[in-house]
Structure formats: structure tokens, C-alpha cells
Design a protein around this ligand. Structure first.
Ligand code: DMJ
Length: 453
């Protein structure tokens, strides 16, 4: 039996004491009740979507209207939500989502779409739906979309433009960022697996490594890069918005496909991140922002998106650092009642006050609970879920928070609330037999991809 160092065992206790998370034991019955609450919340959000936004990309939960991202709907909410319904055993909702997808989703639309968002929400959603449900129509849609996205990578460097037209293949927006460039390894890798055509994974891998090879002397990447010249346009380095899932996919491509180059790139990157960005404070650990060339701090800002890193560190085996970061994540949540999009962790001042119903803090809690079975993570999860369910619920669904200081709500319910937030909230409390982490890898949008034997 492996004996864990005392420091690892103590961190959750310290978090509980510092943030007054009640330490009562959660019985199996109590865990089941938590799952039932999430299923009810999911049912409520879906009912609102169907009643007020049926067939639109998303529900506006305050004005009770539907909204589309582009000139017509691509059924974003049903596609992102389907596998959550399946995992939560919500059969009726899964059938309804499926019916909407096959009656209205068609990618033969003359419109410019954002390559990253369409990859993680649609390609990821459709591939995971196929793997869970087996209906070949999901896979056919994914293959069709994959073909339409490929022209985005026709740049002098091989890094994709931000937008591509689904019919003409015309591209636009050369200023891109590591997250939007590198977050297609898993989805494109699956397309290669199912089409037998190596072009998809090759193209995605080239794009990611074009970013990696432009890392600075000290091993960091910047926030904005020109895909036509390959030059950095913003050299601030951080692990949040516009960079986050570039790192996440380097590690997960290793987990899903056993890609050793990606594992080596993750190892190199992670060493630099821990050396230059990781800051341990009495409140917990955070990641700061630095210049990618000098390593000098530019802005001590941390936020809701950065919180995912505790999860990926747990997966990659660095439990001590993961728990320190989760202590920071818990601090950020409890301090402000609900976490803000971004705050200065040295002064505790909020710089971006909204909460977009994001999942990352719950996601890290889920991985940490699965790895340690320490009930402290159940209590953290419950605390976050209680706050979301009590603050964000509207008559029609759940709404983002415009300002966590006033708790004023905003008319938005992103599809990732179904795909990720509710899914991780449920899985924290669900029996482990519901989902075996040795057999699947979650994409950045929490779509479960099967690890090929
Ligand atoms: C999701 O679309 C994905 O998790 C992405 O990687 C980051 N942003 C949102 C959730 O916050």
C-alpha cells in the first residue's frame, strides 16, 4: 500500500477549517439526493429551453427567448447536452435532444463559424454521442463537419484561422491564440480513427506543435499569435482564457491516443508553468500572468477559467500542487460567494465580475474526489452547487451572474452549462460505476471520448 505524505492528507482539512465547509459525513443516501437535485436542475433547464427556445442554439433564461450564434441555428444546446442526458439516465430528454438534432442540424450553411467553439461543442458532442448511443447519424454529421473545418488550417504556418465558412472554406481572422489553435487534437484524432484518414490528426498535431515550437527560451507561450507570420502579437503568458485548453489537450492526447510527442510537450510546458506562473499564498495557490520571454509578472490575475488546472494536474499525477490550487479555487469561490471571471489574488479585488455558469472549479473538484476519495471535495462540490442552484435559477432555466458582488443575473445560459457544469456536478456524487475514468477521456467541453483498446 502506498502511504501518502502528511502534507497531502492535511491540505483538505486546512481548506475545510479556513473556509468553514461543514465537515459532516455524506452518506450514500445523501449522495443520491445530490444526484437527484442535479437531475431536477437539468430537467428544469431543458424544459425552459424546449418551451421558449426549442430549436435555437441557446435559451435566454431571463427574457425567455431563443438565440442563435450565427444566421441560423446549429442546435448547439441539444448537441452539447445529449451525452449529459445519457450519463444522467434522462431517457426522455435524450430522445427529445436527438429528435431535434436530426430534424434540424445541417452544416451545409453559408456562414462563418468560429473553428474552436464549433470543434469543442459540435464535433466533440457528436462524436461522444455516437460512442454512447451508437446511432451512425451522429458520426455522419461529425464527419461532414470535420471536412468543412479543414480549410481553416490553410495558412502559411498550418495554424488555423479563427473563422471558416462552412460552405466556401473561406477563412478570416489571422490573429489567433494557443487555445483556439491547439484544442482540436482529440476531436480530429477521433475523426482519423473513424474515417481512417490521417489528415485530421496530422493537421491538428501540426497546428499544436507550431505553437509549441514558438515557445520562449524559458518554455512559455503567449496569448495572441498571427497565424500567417507565426509571430507573437501578445506575449503575456498565463493558463486562463485563450491558452488553457492548448495545454489540456497536450496531456489528454497522450491519455487518449498514447501520443508520446504530446506527453513530452506537456511535460516541458508544465515545468515552465510551475516555475514561472505558480504562486503559493496563504489563501491557496494561484497562477499569475507573466511575460513569456522574461518570466516577469505582468498582472497577478486569476479566475474561473484558470481553475481547471487543478484537474489536469490531478490526472497527470501531481496531487500536492493540485490540492494547493484547489485550495485557491475554493478561496476564490467562497470569498466572493460565487467565483468571478477574474480577480487580483494579491489584493482580492475583482477585475471581471461575472460568473458565466462555468464548470472548471467543479471539474477540478470531480477529479480530486475521484483520485483521493476525500470527502472534503464532496463538500466543496456541494457548496458550489448549492450556490449555483440558489442564485442562478430563473423561471425558465439558469442564468449567468452579471456581477458576483450584487448577484444581478445576466440573460445567458451557455450550452456548456449542460455539457459540463451539470455533468461534473452530477458525477462528483454519482457512483463511480457510472463512468470509468480509465476507459474515457473528457474533452475540454466534457464530452467523454472512449480510449481505444
Ligand atoms: C467551455 O466551452 C470549455 O471548457 C472551454 O475550454 C473553456 N470555456 C468553456 C467553459 O467555461
Amino acid at each position: 500500500m502506498k502511504v501518502k505524505p502528511l502534507s497531502i492528507l492535511l491540505i483538505p482539512i486546512l481548506i475545510a477549517i479556513a473556509y468553514q465547509l461543514p465537515a459532516q459525513h455524506l452518506s450514500e443516501e445523501a449522495k443520491k439526493q445530490q444526484c437527484d437535485r442535479i437531475v431536477e436542475a437539468c430537467h428544469h433547464a431543458w424544459t425552459g429551453y424546449k418551451q421558449y427556445a426549442n430549436g435555437y442554439d441557446a435559451l435566454m433564461p431571463i427574457s425567455r427567448k431563443g438565440m442563435n450564434w450565427y444566421s441560423s441555428s446549429l442546435m448547439m444546446t441539444p448537441v452539447d447536452a445529449f451525452d449529459t442526458f445519457v450519463l444522467m439516465k434522462m431517457k426522455k430528454e435524450a430522445e427529445e435532444a436527438k429528435a431535434l438534432i436530426f430534424s434540424g442540424l445541417n452544416f451545409n450553411r453559408n456562414m462563418d463559424v468560429q473553428v474552436f467553439e464549433v470543434t469543442i461543442r459540435f464535433l466533440g458532442g457528436l462524436i461522444a454521442s455516437y460512442e454512447l448511443d451508437g446511432d451512425p447519424r451522429f458520426l455522419n454529421l461529425a464527419k461532414d463537419l470535420g471536412k468543412r473545418l479543414l480549410p481553416a488550417f490553410n495558412s502559411p504556418t498550418g495554424m488555423p484561422f479563427r473563422y471558416v465558412n462552412l460552405v466556401t472554406g473561406k477563412t478570416r481572422d489571422a490573429l489567433n491564440n494557443p487555445a483556439e489553435i491547439g484544442t482540436c487534437l482529440l476531436e480530429f484524432g477521433k475523426l482519423t480513427q473513424y474515417t481512417g484518414d490521417s489528415i485530421y490528426y496530422k493537421t491538428a498535431k501540426k497546428a499544436s506543435f507550431e505553437v509549441f515550437k514558438r515557445r520562449s527560451r524559458i518554455g512559455l507561450v503567449g496569448t495572441v499569435i498571427d497565424v500567417t507570420t507565426g509571430k507573437w502579437v501578445n506575449t503575456e503568458s498565463q493558463i486562463g482564457a485563450r491558452i488553457d485548453s492548448y495545454y489540456e489537450y497536450l496531456y489528454k492526447a497522450w491519455l487518449l491516443f498514447g501520443d508520446k510527442d504530446c506527453k513530452a510537450a506537456w511535460d516541458t510546458s508544465n515545468v515552465a508553468i510551475i516555475k514561472y506562473l505558480y504562486v503559493k499564498t496563504q489563501k491557496g495557490a494561484f497562477f499569475t500572468r507573466v511575460d513569456m520571454n522574461t518570466g516577469k509578472e505582468t498582472h497577478p490575475l486569476y479566475g474561473a477559467l484558470d481553475a481547471f488546472y487543478a484537474g489536469i494536474l490531478t490526472l497527470s499525477g501531481n496531487l500536492t500542487l493540485a490540492q494547493n490550487i484547489q485550495q485557491g479555487n475554493t478561496y476564490m469561490w467562497v470569498k466572493f460567494k460565487i467565483e468571478p471571471e477574474e480577480f487580483n489574488f494579491r489584493t482580492d479585488s475583482i477585475t471581471y465580475p461575472n460568473y458565466a455558469l462555468r464548470p472548471e472549479n467543479l471539474e477540478s473538484c470531480f477529479y480530486l474526489y475521484r483520485e483521493t476519495h476525500d470527502e472534503q471535495f464532496l463538500r466543496m462540490g456541494k457548496r458550489m452547487i448549492d450556490d449555483i442552484l440558489s442564485t442562478c435559477r430563473t423561471e425558465a432555466g439558469f442564468a449567468a451572474v452579471k456581477d458576483v458582488r450584487t448577484l444581478e443575473l445576466e440573460d445567458s445560459m451557455e450550452s456548456f452549462f449542460f455539457a459540463e457544469t451539470l455533468k461534473y456536478a452530477y458525477l462528483i456524487f454519482a457512483p463511480e460505476s457510472n463512468l470509468d475514468l480509465k476507459k474515457i477521456v473528457f474533452t475540454t467541453e466534457a464530452h467523454p471520448f472512449k480510449i481505444a483498446k
